[in-house]
Design a protein around this ligand. Structure first.
Ligand code: HPA
Length: 236
């Protein structure tokens, strides 16, 4: 299996009926779901019952398990808040860089047990080819944005949001670090699709979460189409 999808909030269930496998990894258990007749595996980041909060997602187990079954190309899908008026709820933004404000989560496979300390480059964490294929399938040119990762599970204060906007962030979520970092450490091609579901604290009158089912379906259809049509998986 070469292709993987990690679905976040609003994308908890695989897109069609799936067989499940619990894999025991050195980092805990990962649940892999194999939708029938599809060339990709699906991981539900927060669990199908949305019971795993962002700071305790088994990021290392998930990425390790995907790598173990041969996955080299991954789409993450994330619900995010917008730091800017120009990205409204139900816009879709492709991640092209990140800022990391996480605090407590294991965030590397290079945890000091190697013979030589390893440092992975982060000059291009997100794969532009996967972005391009997604845009083609989605039928629109999409903006690229900087994803600020907070620890959660709480939302941010007004002052935090002013700060994140002032340092160049575009959207805020609670999961993309360490997911993208671990995928890079495993040599995977990784892209992250952001579904904007609210304006962040203080950006607009309210923090109302406003996801549109139609936009979710459009995102799902596009990632499905990319992997269903893709004939040449890239090696890690
Ligand atoms: N902040 C952090 N994470 C989020 C938000 C937010 O406003 N909306 C969706 N995920």
């Amino acid at each position: 299996m070469h292709y993987g999808i990690i679905g976040g909030t609003g994308f908890e269930a695989p897109f069609s009926p799936a067989r499940e496998e619990i894999m025991t990894t050195p980092y805990g258990e990962a649940k892999l779901m194999y939708p029938e007749d599809k060339p990709y595996v699906f991981v539900s980041r927060h669990g199908t019952g949305h019971n795993i909060p962002p700071h305790v997602v088994p990021y290392k187990a998930n990425i390790w398990a995907l790598h173990e079954i041969g996955v080299t190309e991954v789409y993450g899908i994330s619900a995010v808040g917008s730091l800017k008026k120009k990205y409204a709820p139900n816009d879709v933004v492709l991640t092209d860089d990140f800022l990391d404000f996480t605090k407590t989560r294991p965030s590397t496979f290079y945890d000091g047990t190697e013979t030589v300390a390893k440092h992975i480059a982060m000059d291009a964490p997100y794969d532009e080819e996967l972005n391009r294929l997604f845009e083609e399938a989605y039928g629109e040119k999409l903006p690229r944005g900087i994803y600020v990762t907070t620890e959660g599970p709480r939302f941010e204060s007004r002052a935090e949001i002013r700060f994140y906007a002032s340092i160049g962030g575009d959207v805020v979520g609670m999961t993309n670090v360490p997911e993208v970092v671990l995928a890079k450490e495993m040599g995977m091609y990784y892209a992250n699709i952001c579904h904007v579901v609210n304006y962040c604290t203080g950006v607009a009158e309210s923090l109302e979460i406003l996801p549109s089912a139609r936009i979710r379906e459009k995102i799902v259809a596009a990632v499905d189409a990319v992997f269903t049509k893709k004939t040449e998986p890239r090696a890690a």
